[in-house]
Design a protein around this ligand. Structure first.
Ligand code: HEM
Length: 174
């Protein structure tokens, strides 16, 4: 059991991917609430929901970005995986800045329950960058296979245990 499991997660159970679910979910909620507000569906309520969801997503992204950066630091420089992961980083940094600007400039929209065009466009463009970054995140995992153990015959109990088996630790090293 290594101390670094606290910020990387143990073998087979990296921390970054589950955190991305919460962050992407909250940004997606904000995106949908913004569209509903501009479409006139419960306009005032959805304008407030849009801003609150952005703030929740930005708060959860602190942990998501931190764990992603810590995993990225472990990748060998100059490899195809490093190039994909660095492009993923740039896409997610762009999305995060756009959403942050939307939340800052959109605070008065939350107060007045009226979503204006500028923060709405920042949300749309931010969501496009988030989608690109999510695609590249999936590429890191499912194409390059980063941190995937592929222990098909690992017994179910040890595969799901938070304490890694020796086989899982060996697979993570290779
Ligand atoms: C809001 C910010 C971010 C989001 C929403 C996000 C999203 C994702 C997603 C969806 C995946 C695929 C996970 C899966 O297979 O289920 C992923 C993987 C990954 N991301 Fe991010 N990411 C973010 C920020 C970052 C940053 C700043 C870095 C630093 C380069 C980074 C590095 C990685 C790495 C290394 C992986 C491979 C899985 C792992 O070892 O953790 N991510 N990310």
């Amino acid at each position: 059991m290594k101390l670094s499991y606290l910020w990387h997660g143990p073998p087979g159970h990296p921390l970054h991917p589950p955190l991305t679910d919460a962050t992407i979910g909250a940004y997606t909620f904000a995106f949908v609430a913004g569209i509903l507000s501009k479409a006139g569906v419960a306009e005032q309520a959805t304008a407030k929901a849009w801003w609150l969801a952005l703030v929740v997503a930005l708060a959860s992204s602190v942990l998501t970005v931190t764990t992603g950066l810590l995993d990225w630091l472990q990748i060998s420089r100059g490899t195809p995986l490093f190039r994909t992961a660095t492009t993923h980083l740039l896409a997610m940094a762009t999305a995060s800045v756009l959403f942050l600007l939307a939340a800052i400039f959109g605070h008065r929209c939350y107060v007045s329950s009226d979503l204006s065009v500028g923060p709405f466009i920042l949300t749309i463009v931010g969501f496009a960058a988030l989608t690109l970054g999510g695609w590249l995140g999936g590429t890191i995992t499912f194409v390059h296979g980063m941190r995937v153990l592929s222990l098909v015959d690992e017994p179910a109990a040890s595969a799901s245990s938070p304490l890694p088996s020796p086989r899982e630790e060996d697979a993570e090293k290779s």
